[in-house]
Design a protein around this ligand. Structure first.
Ligand code: SF4
Ligand code: MG
Length: 334
């Protein structure tokens, strides 16, 4: 399979007053066509900043200072803004958590979808109208012709998110970035929207970068998983391996913190302690202050990536070959 999106060593920093925050630090990942890559982690770990960096929609105070983001062979970070604008909503589209923030309240839904189609396709009016109806049908909105004439406030939360997905898919993107797409929805509607995204992925072959703090959503949707902690990725593997054997102590805590054995259906519970401030430079593992397995090495040296099995990488001293500490025995990866 070929990588559709390749991120290598991406670092995104934000200036907040006098401070510099490294919201994303040296992130690398690959997403293949037709696959869903889930970025999993607590809020504030850099997931949304990753999405905004890819889209080049960072706030003014933000900047990608290192690394590359390639769509096929094309480096998005060096594209002229005009080319990037053409690409957004066209080859890469995005769905956000809160559809009300992305829909214009004073324009009909039809006018908003038509705008996307006018910008990114050469369709004439009748073609646009029938494509819009088809799009609303794809996302299971009943009575589409009537609904196109209505305003966002006339739609329920779940229906608005469907409209957002229809808009995102209007120009048949190769990559859909979905940032907590179902977090604002109740459980039943959430399941419907996830189902819908999966079906549309099968139909169109698009890749999805799914940003979530919800293990249930990951279990449902992901092919690959990247666990983020404090601005960096700490574990990367397939869904199967991750649910069989989460390797990083942080990943293990995400599971352990779940209230019942129905782990696949629960959102992440809170883990004691706080994510460290991302403004300081780290001398050791970022998770050390919250890790029950931490020992001296964890505070003194930054853990490197270790490949513990084919397609399973983790950033933790427990798995490093040079781990000869008497206090924490090395774990033998299976
Ligand atoms: Fe815990 Fe040390 Fe591994 Fe960090 S490197 S996750 S502190 S055991
Ligand atoms: Mg977020």
């Amino acid at each position: 399979m070929t990588a559709l999106l390749t991120i290598e060593g991406m670092t995104t920093r934000l200036r907040v007053g006098e401070r510099t925050i490294y919201a994303v630090d040296g992130l690398s990942l690959e997403i293949e066509c037709g696959q869903t890559f889930a970025l999993l982690g607590e809020s504030g770990c850099g997931k949304s900043m990753t999405a905004l960096s890819i889209m080049r929609l960072l706030p003014d105070a933000g900047e990608v200072t290192q690394g590359s983001v390639r769509l096929h062979a094309q480096d998005l970070l060096t594209l002229p803004e005009s080319a990037m604008r053409e690409l957004r909503g066209n080859r890469i589209a995005m769905v956000f958590q809160e559809p009300m923030l992305s829909l214009n309240p004073v324009m009909t839904v039809g006018a908003q979808i038509a705008e996307v189609l006018q910008r990114h396709t050469s369709m004439n009016k009748p073609a646009i109208q029938s494509r819009m109806i088809e799009l609303l049908q794809n996302v299971s909105i009943p009575d589409p012709a009537q609904r196109l004439t209505e305003y966002p406030f006339q739609f329920s939360g779940g229906m608005k998110q469907r409209v957002m997905i229809a808009m995102a898919l209007a120009a048949r993107p190769e990559l859909l970035i979905a940032d907590e797409p179902t977090t604002a929805l109740d459980v039943t509607i959430q399941a419907q929207v996830l189902d819908l995204m999966r079906v549309l992925q099968q139909q169109t072959g698009m890749a999805i970068l799914l940003i979530t703090h919800d293990l249930g959503v990951v279990a449902e949707m992901a092919h690959q998983i990247g666990v983020m902690y404090a601005g960096e990725m700490v574990e990367c593997t397939s869904r199967e391996k991750f649910f069989q054997q989460p390797a990083h102590p942080y990943s293990q805590k995400l599971f352990a913190a779940l209230p019942s054995r129905q782990k696949r259906d629960r959102a992440l519970a809170v883990i004691g302690g706080e994510i460290p401030a991302l403004s300081k430079s780290f001398t050791g593992c970022r998770f050390a202050d919250r890790c029950e397995q931490a020992w001296s090495v964890c505070h003194a040296s930054i853990p490197p990536w270790v490949k513990i099995a084919p397609g399973h990488q983790v950033r933790c001293h427990l798995y490093t070959a040079q781990n000869t500490s008497k206090t924490k025995p090395a774990v033998t990866p299976s």
